[in-house]
Every structure is written in C-alpha cells, then in structure tokens.
Design a binder for this molecule. Structure first.
Ligand code: AMP
Length: 114
C-alpha cells in the first residue's frame, strides 16, 4: 500500500497542526489554506481514493461526514455555512492519494466552483 504524507502525519513522523484526533480520524489544518478555516479530515485507514471505498466503509464514511459537521460547529462556521470537498483522482484535483475530506469555512464560496 502506498505511503503518503498523510500516513506520515498519522504516525507523527512529520508535524501537522492537529485540530482533532480519535482512533479512526485525524483532522489537520491544510498547509495551503483556501479559506480562513481549511481542515482536512483524514480517516486513519489508508483508502487511496473514494473509488477504493466499498460497503465495508459505509460506517467510516458516514462518521467522516458527521465529524465534518461537528468540526464545522466547533469552529463556528456551521450557521453561516461551509463547503465540503472530496477530490478524486487527477481530474478531480486529488494530489494526496489517501482519502480525505476538505472542510472549508469562514468565507463565501461561489457556485459553480471555478
Ligand atoms: P487534494 O488535492 O484533495 O489531494 O488535497 C491535498 C491537500 O493536502 C492540499 O490542499 C494540500 O495543501 C494539503 N497538504 C499537502 N501536504 C500537507 C501537509 N504536510 N500538511 C497539511 N496539508 C497538506
């Protein structure tokens, strides 16, 4: 299985600003933030892309969304709103091949995205 920068962060081999951690997830501040709040919610299990997820990941994927909602509330962006982004493969803009959910908040986002 490919070892990514997120695997190294999970193993604390390289530093990151950790916003939240439990036995299944770590949430870190994106090193290149696109909004005042830009967290990456990363399951510790290495699923390279959403394409690699299966029925066995149903609970984990549900928990990831609920964690995003809880972190949005914790960081005070739930009422005004926020955006969740999950990039898949090259055309989707994925650069780190360890599944992660972007939580962006603190500014207004347009639609459709540029
Ligand atoms: P994606 O393009 O969806 O794969 O998102 C990968 C994200 O990881 C990008 O927004 C990067 O800025 C971010 N990133 C890459 N390396 C690090 C790192 N060491 N710490 C925090 N965020 C990172």
């Amino acid at each position: 299985m490919d070892d990514t920068i997120f695997d190294k962060i999970i193993r604390k081999e390289i530093p990151a600003k950790i916003a939240y951690e439990d036995n299944k997830f770590i949430a870190i501040n994106d090193v290149n933030p696109q909004a005042p709040l830009h967290l990456l919610i990363i399951p510790k299990e290495n699923i390279p892309t959403l394409n690699d997820a299966s029925d066995s990941h149903k609970q984990l994927l549900g928990e990831m969304l609920l964690l995003a909602k809880n972190l949005a509330k914790h960081f005070g962006v739930d009422e005004k709103g926020y955006r969740l982004v999950l990039n898949v493969n090259d055309d989707g803009g994925q650069t780190v091949f360890h599944l992660h959910l972007h939580l962006l908040g603190g500014r207004e986002f347009g639609w459709p995205p540029g």
